[in-house]
Write a protein that binds this ligand. Sequence first.
Ligand code: PRX
Length: 676
Amino acid sequence: MTDTNPTSGSASSPSLENLLHETRSFPPSEEFAAQANAKADLYEKASADRLGFWAEQARELVTWNKPFTETLDWSGAPVARWFADGTLNAAYNAVDRHVEAGHGDRVAIHFEGEPGDTRTVTYADLQQEVSRAANALTALGVRTGDRVVIYLPMLVESVVAMLACARIGAPHSVVFGGFSADALRSRIADAEATLVVTADGGYRRGAPSALKPAVDEALAPKEGAPATSVQKVLVVRRTEQDVDWVEGRDVWWHEALEAADPVHEPVAVEAEHPLFILYTSGTTGKPKGILHTTGGYITQAAYTHKNVFDLKPETDVYWCTADVGWVTGHSYVVYGPLVNGATQVLYEGTPDTPHRGRWWELIEKYKVSILYTAPTAIRTCMKWGDDIPGGFDLSSLRVLGSVGEPINPEAWMWYRRVIGGDKTPIVDTWWQTETGAIMISPLPGVTATKPGSAQVAIPGIAATVVDDEAKPVPDGGGGYLVLSEPWPSMLRGIWGDLERYKDTYWSRFDGLYFAGDGAKKDEDGDIWLLGRVDDVMNVSGHRLSTTEIESALVSNEIVAEAAVVGAADETTGQAVVAFVILRGSHANRASTAEGAAEVQKELRDHVGKEIGPIAKPKKILVVPELPKTRSGKIMRRLLRDVAEDRAVGDATTLADSSVMDLITAGLAAPTAASED
Ligand code: PRX
């Protein structure tokens, strides 16, 4: 389990005492409250009849081909079945029914490419394109139930590909474009996908970057690996880069779509039909394929998107900056907003290209009214200075959201003041890939918001903080965040590994879902998230496993042993710091500053190749020993002390207590240089 004690606060989190000391709260304005979607009675309605409440949301927000009669079947716990005898189609709900309701001319997506090219896609356009793509996938042999891997940049085609899969009932598995060929290979193999949708590349930081070569590498025969299950590769042309082509396997997206009929009948699937698999890091080396199904997932995605962001589909312009490769992109770029008929901005590139005001320029240009982003991005913009957003008209903004990691009160206040003009409510939303949709968040117009706290479970959700014995902690106490009732968008398991699902989430506390986060409750009973209490790191809101990066490091021939920790970082929340013991003669290579720098580069590149650039350690420290307990467990707590430049804590449980002296003495030498 863990060597972090949430009752004492985690190293990367601000102390609660300090926070409470300076806590201010921001009640909603009367004007906002009067027109808000969510009213205070939502909490009462949900707690009076929780299942009835969810059934009402499912009927109101989703169109069913066959209405459901049973709301929840929990007899197979911990695998839930929601609305199980109903049938529906997620893509029909996200697209067609808006056209049928007369909103075909409404803009679904304002696309902005990084080089400045734009494309406006109405709901009617989206219906045609998704239908063509569904017909193209079918023509290429994809059947209901087959898995399709999507490995794309942020393009309209990414949304279309996901919806086309949903339309034919083929679960998609989106792999973030920043993952390496090796990471892609293992995800394709685990899902046994039969088709991959990719692009020649995308624009990033002012230049085209390539994607197709990684797919070619991931599908190529490899010694010791089974032959790939993939039959076809659909390739979107975005950058005009030259690509290698495998005849009979590779097909251009634009050619396949041109040849396809723009009319397609969506396949009505059962509510529990798999909608997607999304891989995420866990505490072991192997990423977990988180499985989500259709009816419950889109119900909660739409319900939260409507109430947490106060969406008014006729007038709002919504923008979520997340990539579709992460769960936030699934629930709050694709399914939530589109099921609700929203108009949204989709931006391909980075916030600083070609200048650091690009995001704010887009908000001014499209009159964005709801912005949803991550604390790392907010802290980065804060560092760049108030003048940059100050140069743009941001007065269209009326709701701001934050997700992915704890937001420190300073960043929260800056977000409200500089971006929100001191008037917009901020919703700090806590949830996970596993929960599928938002679970804990203020409701704008209802909640008096507090900088730094996600506050309360949304209506219909039961979250609590418990101690080691699973007893709820009193207000003012700290412990572990758990969810005590099943919820519609909960994961239905780990793809192909039910036991791992039970072990990971349901074995720590009897009958409770253990989220892996430490949390505290303040004197008002509001929840403050304190970061992970397991071996999962959170870097820029991206989840990374210490064990996975350790495995990547030791797969390099020069490494004998490795230990990885997440060290507190001002901008990215946590940063990856690796401690490595080099094999035999290689240890000598690191004895000069130059040699050490070379070793560090080699190892960072190696991790980039094994997992992807996002997993590259910020620092790699070459050490002679690692601190281990008598049972051989690495004491990461002590390494975190070193990585965060603190005095090393209690080392008495080490098998050899002099190890820490050896490590710290060694690190005083020049070999300890960091990447930056
Ligand atoms: O530690 C929590 C943190 O992100 C983890 C989930 O990561 P992932 O599955 O990648 O999903 C991220 C986007 C939903 C959680 O276990 N986390 C997420 N949101 C918050 C957060 N920590 C604090 N405050 C949040 N609002």
